[in-house]
Design a protein around this ligand. Structure first.
Ligand SMILES: C[S@@+](CC[C@H](N)C(=O)[O-])C[C@H]1O[C@@H](n2cnc3c(N)ncnc32)[C@H](O)[C@@H]1O
Length: 192
């Protein structure tokens, strides 16, 4: 019998305890992954950025930037600056490589980390493609960091508790229509 399958005093296999301790350590160091990697199709990226009404010189943050496609399109089409935050090591590296290949290192910064632990206050536009429960968890951070009039564009999932100021539709990778939600941080936002 392997040592790791021995039953501990509380009846929990030692292997399960070791795995759970190492996962806690991982979560504390790197943060929680709120959504799996699914790309936003390019035509939906275009619709998201149109809805955001980006102006030259503004700064866009993509929270969970995947391969960096939203950042690269935004910078190339709208002459903005962009910051991508990505928890996956290999996606953060691949986004940084794409940015370098396009020669956009001066305009785009890729942060390998947890967007829940980052200061978002320099954003004029935030894009997200997460899930409704993740948006709900993220909302207090958006309310804490974002300046009045910052736009937040969410692909496919609403932000619970916020009222959208507009929506658009775009076909997803499998041909089904997805809603894009546009929000704007109100002037009256109460900073805690
Ligand atoms: C649905 S994908 C969207 C990718 C990209 N924004 C796009 O639209 O193509 C969600 C991304 O969020 C990343 N992610 C999930 N939780 C995160 C966290 N806490 N901090 C940073 N990135 C995270 C995932 O690794 C994944 O790449």
């Amino acid at each position: 019998m392997f040592a790791s399958s021995r039953i501990t005093a509380k009846g929990i296999p030692l292997a399960a305890l070791l795995v759970s301790f190492s996962c806690v350590g991982f979560a504390q160091q790197y943060g929680k992954k709120f959504a799996p990697y699914v790309v936003t199709p390019e035509h939906a990226v275009d619709r998201m950025l149109e809805l955001a009404n980006l102006k030259p010189g503004e700064t866009l943050f993509d929270l969970g930037c995947g391969d960096g496609r939203i950042l690269i399109t935004a910078v190339q089409k709208y002459r903005v600056k962009a910051v991508g935050i990505e928890i996956s090591d290999h996606l953060a590296r691949s986004a940084a490589e794409k940015v370098k290949k396009e020669g956009l290192q001066d305009q785009i910064k890729i942060i390998h980390g947890d967007f829940m632990k980052q200061d978002l206050s320099s954003a004029n536009v935030v894009t997200i493609y997460l899930e409704t429960t993740a948006n709900d968890t993220l909302r207090p951070n958006l309310e804490r960091f974002l300046k009045p009039n910052t736009r937040v564009v969410s692909y496919d999932y609403p932000i619970p508790g916020w009222k959208e100021m507009g929506t658009a539709e775009a076909k997803g990778s499998h041909g089904f229509s997805h809603t894009i939600y546009l929000y704007q941080v109100p002037d009256s936002i109460n900073k805690k």
